[in-house]
Design a protein around this ligand. Structure first.
Ligand code: NAD
Length: 454
């Protein structure tokens, strides 16, 4: 019997979608899904939701819940990790303290990673949690696949691949941004052939073909003739801060780096797009993009709203399928599990060690690429070439930050934190760096982290 463990099962961003997709995948029928979380209230909620959703959709699944990670992982075939150590409130506190010392959006926000819950240098607890999950798999279910959904996918997939023997795949839905590109410029998405590669949250449209022809000229034409008009309406009507795939920032990145940025890539870039709220508004519209004080608040409120909606639906006799209709999502998590468990070949966007696929990057760094997945695992294939400008001025600097964050976690010591901040464009003095480090490490929740960085 197949066992799928979900660690951090109370995840606001993931759980309901995972349950729905599982219930709508009959080839995984008969599986046992074991939910694990340290928050008992959330655990009970997702368990109740899953049981009812499965019964409403006649899914043949068995559900278990536990507060013990090792019990969940033992004898699993697949482990999904969506756990976020400390939760959003912990990181908002880290951000507030950083900002008091002159680091807008936190010391964690740097060039090519401005995403507000993609925690790298200050992610000590998150790295420890993810590596702990992988170590438990080595110990209790060494043949299991680990699907790493919790961020930072780039750092954590690289860390786990290097430090353990676990078969890990990092997953993200950012590449689906190609759908928005196609539909905005008036193309039928079903006739698109695309490829977007690089690092997680830093992927570039290396192939974009429409009905067999290169469709980049259609993007160029849209920029020349339609973009200004689109931006006028887009800016006035903005309600979703994530609606930035065709923003002025995306077009500017295309002009500077030579390929169109896809999905969360648009949220990154250099400080050119991020100095302050006003700058962010200029590039990302009236809500200033998701990674601003205004945009992130909208996102956190939306997560809370989704959670409250599920909580009240579970306590209400009306069918759950009325709030979450029984339709497969576009997420690849459950289809990948189906491919692995039932040996059904499929092509997916995955994060795995490079091993020579993208030239100009080391083998032991995780890249995001399309690859075939089946019962034997991930099969890397050839990809298009990235321009030198993207490899040298985008991916290599981003890779350097990843190495830095991994070293900070694995080796500790204050020097490494100091080095991270002293090269930050926002730093004005050595004193400022030291005061920011002291303040961050003095947060009560950071007692253990303080010892690590002594
Ligand atoms: P959340 O705080 O709502 O959920 C995280 C869950 O982890 C909570 O239920 C929490 O109790 C649990 N948790 C915390 N510590 C734990 C531990 N030690 N063991 C087990 N469970 C623990 O956060 P969220 O908004 O749902 O985001 C979860 C993660 O998913 C984040 O890392 C976020 O960045 C990531 N994310 C990834 C993608 C993607 O495409 N890969 C998309 C959205 C969010």
């Amino acid at each position: 019997m197949v066992k799928i463990a979900v660690i951090g099962a109370g995840s606001l961003a993931w759980s309901a979608t995972l349950v729905r997709d599982l219930c709508l995948t009959p080839s995984l029928g008969g599986s046992t899904i074991t939910f694990m979380d340290i928050d008992e209230e959330r655990l009970n909620l997702i368990y109740a939701f899953a049981k009812r959703y499965a019964s409403e959709t006649n899914a043949n699944l068995f559900f278990e819940k536990t507060l013990d990670r090792r019990t969940a992982i033992k004898d699993s075939d697949v482990v999904i990790n969506t756990a976020m150590a400390g939760g959003h409130s912990y990181y908002e506190e880290m951000r507030k303290v950083s900002e008091k010392h002159g680091y807008y959006r936190g010391i964690n926000s740097v060039e090519w990673n401005m995403v507000s819950d993609y925690h790298t240098i200050w992610g000590y607890y998150q790295f420890k949690l993810a590596l702990g999950v992988a170590r438990d798999i080595e110990d209790l279910s060494p043949e299991a696949w680990l699907l790493q959904l919790a961020n930072p996918v780039f750092e954590l997939t690289t860390l786990i691949s290097r430090e353990t023997k676990v078969k890990v795949i990092g997953l993200c839905h950012g590449h689906l941004g190609y759908i928005e590109i196609a539909s905005t410029i008036g193309l039928d998405v079903r006739d698109i052939d695309f490829e977007a590669i690089g690092f997680n949250h830093v992927i570039w449209l290396t192939r974009f073909r429409y009905r067999g022809e290169d469709a980049y000229p259609i993007i160029d034409d849209w920029i020349k003739n339609n973009a200004e008009e689109y931006w006028k309406i887009w800016c006035e009507e903005q309600v979703n801060p994530f609606n930035i795939q065709m923003s002025p920032a995306a077009v500017d990145m295309y002009k500077v780096y030579g390929l169109f940025p896809v999905g969360d890539t648009v949220r990154g870039g250099t400080w050119k797009y991020h100095w302050n709220l006003e700058t962010k508004r200029r590039w990302y519209g009236s809500l200033a993009g998701p990674d601003s004080e205004t945009g992130w608040e909208v996102y956190l409120n939306m997560l809370k709203y989704n959670f409250d909606t599920i909580a009240s639906a579970v306590n209400n006799p009306a069918p759950l399928t009325t709030i979450l209709p029984p339709q497969l999502s576009l997420e690849s998590v459950i289809p990948i599990i189906d491919s692995i468990i039932n040996n059904k070949e499929g092509v997916y966007q995955v994060n795995v060690l490079n091993k020579g696929v993208i030239s100009g990057l080391p083998d032991d760094v995780t890249v995001e690429i399309p690859a075939k997945v089946d019962g034997k695992g991930v099969h890397r294939a050839r990809v298009e070439r990235l321009p030198k400008r993207i490899v040298n001025y985008v991916l290599r600097p981003r890779m350097m930050r990843m190495e830095w964050a991994l070293e900070a976690f694995l080796e500790g010591g204050r020097d490494i934190l100091f080095e991270w901040i002293i090269v930050d464009t926002r730093t004005k003095s050595t004193e400022q760096v030291n005061q920011a480090i002291d303040a961050l490490l003095s947060i009560p929740a950071n007692q253990e982290m303080k010892k690590h960085f002594r």
